[in-house]
Write a new protein. Structure first.
Length: 195
């Protein structure tokens, strides 16, 4: 994998809040086509075993849903392959998702962005951005890794699990958490006519 590339494969997770549809992207180490019992294909896990991509997606979404209100629904996971770092990406397979948010936070959610920063094993930064999520208990203060709550650590554990194939855009496995930042997403504010 080339630095900052989605090649050779990645998964797009579609969800929607009451305000808009959203997409999250997660890169895979490699990809093997769908086969019996593997609707989204398989990938080579960090521990070199075979990882079922559909299982990985559902486990990850289960770790993500706790950050979203019940008005956010996860809809679809689609795996894409991209043979060359600058080449086109092609959808290969998709599965429906059924998870909904479980957060009961009373914090502002509309147009709020949560940015999780991680480091890969080669110390590159990898980000995961969640949209239309309620502001955490710390408000808009940056949350360093040492102050992450149980839900955030559970998400990290999914990403660093050696039985999964999740990698950053440098092609290397997730290794550690860095910080979480909640901000207002200005593009969403405009799109939602909040300005």
């Amino acid at each position: 994998m080339t630095l900052h590339s989605r090649s050779p494969a990645f998964i797009i997770i579609d969800s929607h809040s009451p305000y808009a549809p959203h997409k999250s992207q997660m890169c895979l180490r490699d990809f093997f086509p769908p086969s019996a019992g593997h609707n989204l294909g398989t990938s080579t896990a960090t521990d070199t075993t075979s990882a079922d991509n559909e299982t990985m997606v559902n486990d990850l979404v289960d770790a993500l849903k706790v950050f979203y209100l019940a008005t956010t629904v996860f809809d679809l996971a689609t795996v894409y392959t991209q043979a060359l770092p600058t080449g086109p990406a092609f959808p290969i397979a998709a599965v429906a998702l059924t998870q909904v948010g479980t957060s009961v936070s009373a914090g502002q959610a509309k147009a709020v962005q949560a940015s999780f920063q991680f480091r890969t094993t080669t110390f590159h930064i990898a980000k995961l951005v969640l949209l239309d999520v309620p502001v955490g208990g710390g408000g808009f203060e940056k949350i360093p890794f040492g102050s992450w709550d149980a839900n955030s650590l559970s998400l990290l554990n999914q990403l660093v699990d050696p039985a999964t194939s999740w990698v950053g855009q440098d092609g290397d496995p997730f290794n550690q958490g860095v910080s979480i930042t909640y901000t207002m997403n200005e593009k969403l504010r405009k799109a939602y006519r909040m300005t």
